[in-house]
Structures are given as C-alpha cells and as structure tokens.
Design a protein around this ligand. Structure first.
Ligand code: SF4
Ligand code: F3S
Length: 104
C-alpha cells in the first residue's frame, strides 16, 4: 500500500483524493491518511502530491507512517473531493519537524 507521510502535515493540498480510484483517503484537521487495507497500490496519487508526501509503505522510513495511516483511517471521515489547502501550506511545505504537529 501507499501511505501519507510527515510533509502533508499543515499543507493538506488534497490533490491526492481526486485521483484515487478506490477513494481510500481519510481526512483529519491538518493531515490526510490512506487506508492501507483499501489501497490497491495503483500509484497514481504519488506524483499528484505537491508536497511529495505519499510513498509506498516499502520505503525506508515508512513503517511508522503505515501505523499512523492505519490508525487514523479508522477514525477520520472519508474524503473524495479536493478542497483548498491549509492557509499557510506553501510556507509549511518541506519544513522539518512537523510530525509532532499532527492534529489527532
Ligand atoms: Fe489510491 Fe492508488 Fe494512491 Fe492507493 S496508490 S491511495 S489506490 S491512488
Ligand atoms: Fe497531503 Fe499531498 Fe494529499 S499534502 S492531502 S498527501 S496532496
């Protein structure tokens, strides 16, 4: 499966949700997740993310994010349509240390 990682936090561009053929994105306040059990590994969302936050779960540091995606996909509402990014998305894009800012 693919998973959403740290750089989505506080950006939340939501381009990803428009292209997913199985609608498996779930939205929190400042972060989105993929439900790894629903993702069919098509890969089309990966290049759509302006923050390059989407990676295959086989990626080196993706294990922790796989856990986070699994956890919040069960709690947050499904999202299938693009909305406006977070107000300061472009300023937060590529900032380090955002992992602790994830709003549960
Ligand atoms: Fe959806 Fe495909 Fe991305 Fe998985 S890889 S989340 S199925 S668009
Ligand atoms: Fe997040 Fe990128 Fe989607 S910033 S909301 S994973 S387009």
């Amino acid at each position: 499966a693919y998973v959403v990682t740290e750089n989505c936090i506080r950006c939340k561009y939501t381009d990803c949700v428009e292209v997913c053929p199985v609608d498996c994105f779930y939205a929190g306040e400042n972060f989105l997740v993929i439900n790894p059990d629903e993702c069919i590994d098509c890969g089309v969302c990966e290049p759509e993310c302006p923050a390059e936050a989407i990676v295959p779960d086989s990626d080196g540091n993706a294990a922790a994010w796989l856990e986070i995606n699994t956890k919040y996909a069960a709690l947050w509402p499904n999202m299938t349509r693009k909305i406006a990014p977070m107000p300061d998305a472009d300023e937060w894009n590529n900032k380090l240390g955002k992992a602790d800012m994830l709003s549960p």
